[in-house]
Design a protein around this ligand. Structure first.
Ligand SMILES: Cc1cc2nc3c(=O)[nH]c(=O)nc-3n(C[C@H](O)[C@H](O)[C@H](O)COP(=O)(O)OP(=O)(O)OC[C@H]3O[C@@H](n4cnc5c(N)ncnc54)[C@H](O)[C@@H]3O)c2cc1C
Length: 347
């Protein structure tokens, strides 16, 4: 590819950033469009004056050698670290040790989960706070229409949709690309994430818990991750609770306060099963502050394993976790492989 190849990438999550980095390194002129203020998508962090909390992806693993090398690069640049949490499984009655876990290495962004994405974005041209609502072809070039600022002044040879399937489908509707059918075949599910800040340390026996019964699927002590900022009190704890996809879907439009109340009450019940908590009165102390986030497209009911797709005639590509088995690793690899495909096509 040469600098005469201009590419628009919609979505500055880990897939879009990985795709952009590889294309730019190959010589293309890349512009990323992101609807939020910051990059990182679902690998992100809520930050307040007093605490921070990773409310999307909790950690990532690197089983693929290319992604492993990339994670090592992030570690070398001090934007990721290994996380060794005390993990348990709750089966509805008791806390169990997590089986077959000794070979799993977990990583987190350092000092926040959005750090690797910010690191990648430093080298890239990101047009933020721009929600793309239309892509149109004019005289063989793509035009990008943003909700906030209208038609972007640049013209692009290729457009890459690095966004969840339903959002990609919406943008493909007014094109003639067959990629629309692929997007329409994938159902993405919501997830409520409740962040809780306590001014004491909850004396339970786990930092992360996989839950197999009830409306929560995962809870974690976010403040146990490396480098996390907590309130000035040294004993402060920050927790994140994730609701199951099924429960989140059932209550997706319910009153947010009610959702938070129900999730907190479930967490308190769960804590009361923990022997260390039973021995103390602490579990009854309410969090000092809390915040609820609704992920509308948290994961896919069934992920594709096609890695990515490129429509050569229309010059549109799609990538993201949902085209490549899910997770941060899947998203990063999907973006990389789509970039490689474009580089090969337009040598
Ligand atoms: C609650 C939760 C828990 C998770 N836990 C884990 C975990 O523990 N481990 C793991 O590996 N993975 C986990 N994941 C999954 C992981 O976060 C994703 O697989 C990965 O981050 C997806 O990256 P992506 O780039 O494909 O998509 P995204 O991160 O969704 O990026 C898409 C980007 O596009 C932007 N965008 C969307 N539409 C538009 C538009 N029209 N115009 C402009 N911008 C747009 C979005 O704002 C976003 O920044 C979790 C996800 C959630 C939500």
């Amino acid at each position: 590819m040469t600098s005469s190849n201009s590419v628009a990438i919609i979505g500055a999550g880990i897939a879009g950033l990985s795709c952009a980095t590889a294309l730019q390194n190959a010589g293309a002129e890349v512009t990323l469009f992101e609807k939020s203020r910051g990059v990182s998508g679902r690998l992100s962090t809520r930050v307040t004056d007093y605490w921070q909390c990773d409310h999307g992806a909790q950690y990532f693993t690197a089983r693929d050698s290319l992604f492993h090398d990339e994670v090592q690069r992030w570690i070398d640049h001090a934007v990721a670290q290994e996380w060794q949490p005390l993990l348990k499984v709750f089966d509805g009655y008791t806390f169990l040790k997590k089986d077959n876990d000794s070979n799993t290495t977990r990583y987190v962004g350092y000092p926040k989960n959005n750090a690797p994405a910010k690191f990648l974005a430093k080298e890239l041209h990101v047009v933020s706070e721009t929600t793309v609502i239309g892509i149109h072809k004019q005289a063989g070039k793509w035009l990008i229409n943003g909700m906030e600022h209208g038609i972007y002044p640049g013209r692009f040879d290729d457009v890459i949709l690095a966004i969840p399937a339903p959002q990609a489908g919406t943008l493909l509707k007014n094109t003639t690309s067959d990629l629309l059918h692929i997007c329409n075949a994938v159902i993405m599910r919501p997830c409520f994430a409740l962040m809780l800040q306590y001014d004491y340390t909850i004396p339970c026996q786990f930092d992360g818990l996989f839950i197999q019964a009830g409306l929560l699927s995962w809870v974690a002590r976010d403040s146990a991750k490396p480098g996390r900022k907590v309130a000035s009190s040294r004993s402060s704890d920050v927790w994140v609770l994730h609701a199951t996809a099924e429960w989140s879907a059932l209550h997706v439009n319910d009153d947010r306060e009610r959702i938070a109340q129900i999730m907190l009450s479930e967490f308190n019940h769960l804590l009361m099963v923990d022997a260390s908590i039973q021995a103390s009165a602490h579990a009854l102390i309410a969090p000092k502050s809390q915040s609820l986030h609704r992920w509308l497209y948290a994961d896919a009911e069934k992920y594709l394993t096609d890695i990515c797709h490129y429509d050569t005639s229309q010059r549109i590509g799609i990538c993201g976790d949902w085209t490549n088995g899910g997770k941060v690793q899947g998203a990063w690899l999907s973006g990389l492989h789509l970039a490689k495909q474009l580089i090969t096509e337009h040598k």
